[in-house]
Design a protein around this ligand. Structure first.
Ligand SMILES: Nc1ncnc2c1ncn2[C@@H]1O[C@H](COP(=O)(O)OP(=O)(O)OP(=O)(O)O)[C@@H](O)[C@H]1O
Length: 239
């Protein structure tokens, strides 16, 4: 016999009426969201729409002024963060580290980090292990940062603007690599971006924010069936 429980969708993230203000700026306003597990979810919106703020709240790096947040079934905390690979919008490295050093630190510090997966991804993303991180171009460093997150065997990956500063060809290659990688794993990925053109095939769920408010969200195929493409929705919503 099938129980009602078996019909319930599992959610990686739930936000209920979440508000966050910085001085006079309302970064998030009464945000209610349920993000399904096992999907690749685009958190979309122009500059200042609240994408990074949402991620910081999910990671417990900042506290909401109001509302309730649940991530992987718990309140945000450093304990639950062990199960999350988070790429913040701004990340920096120590001078003199090589990619191999970065992998060594990751092995020691990042729960679930797989050296084997990292080596494979470095190959696909054309990152040499001998390369000095502070001598990398912005695009090379961005690729390494994505790799360090994706090489972790954790249930949730959060990438804040992972493609910024990466040229078109590399972006396409990284996105292909992510699509291939995600199709073989039971993992939820949240990706924020305001450049949807190449990232669109990666997404199977989308959330559109504007000025801290939710303006549309849903299954990407259903949204595409109604509106043509997520990119077209973006152009219409933010025209
Ligand atoms: N630490 C902070 N102090 C003051 N204001 C902030 C802070 N962080 C965010 N804000 C403000 O909150 C609003 C939302 O910013 P947020 O960085 O979340 O947007 P975003 O969608 O990630 O933007 P972007 O695409 O430019 O990264 C903006 O008006 C921003 O100026």
């Amino acid at each position: 016999m099938t129980t009602t429980l078996e019909h319930q969708i599992e959610y990686a993230v739930k936000c209920l009426q979440v508000g966050k203000r910085y001085g006079r700026s309302q970064a998030l306003c009464n945000l209610s969201l349920s993000l399904p597990q096992g999907r690749t979810i685009g958190i979309l919106g122009p500059n200042g729409s609240g994408k990074s703020t949402l991620f910081r709240l999910l990671m417990g790096l900042s506290q909401p002024d109001s509302g309730h947040i649940e991530i992987l079934g718990q309140r945000p905390s450093w304990q639950v963060n062990r199960d999350i690979a988070y790429l913040p919008d701004r990340a920096r490295w120590y001078v003199g580290d090589t990619v191999r050093d970065a992998f060594r630190y990751a092995q020691r510090l990042l729960p679930g980090f797989s050296q084997h997966l990292a080596d494979n991804l470095a190959d696909v993303m054309e990152i040499s292990l001998h390369m000095k991180v502070d001598a990398m171009s912005r695009g090379q460093e961005a690729r390494l940062m994505i790799l360090l997150c994706v090489a972790r065997e954790v249930p949730l990956i959060i990438l804040d603007e992972p493609f910024s500063g990466i040229d078109l060809l590399s972006r396409e290659r990284i996105i292909e690599c992510l699509i291939h990688h995600m199709s073989r794993r039971e993992v939820t990925m949240l990706v924020s971006t305001h450049e949807l053109h190449e990232a669109e095939p990666l997404l199977d769920h989308a959330v559109f924010l504007n000025r801290g408010e939710l303006i549309m969200s849903g299954d990407a195929d259903e949204l595409r069936a109604h509106h043509g493409s997520l990119e077209r929705i973006m152009k219409t919503l933010y025209a």
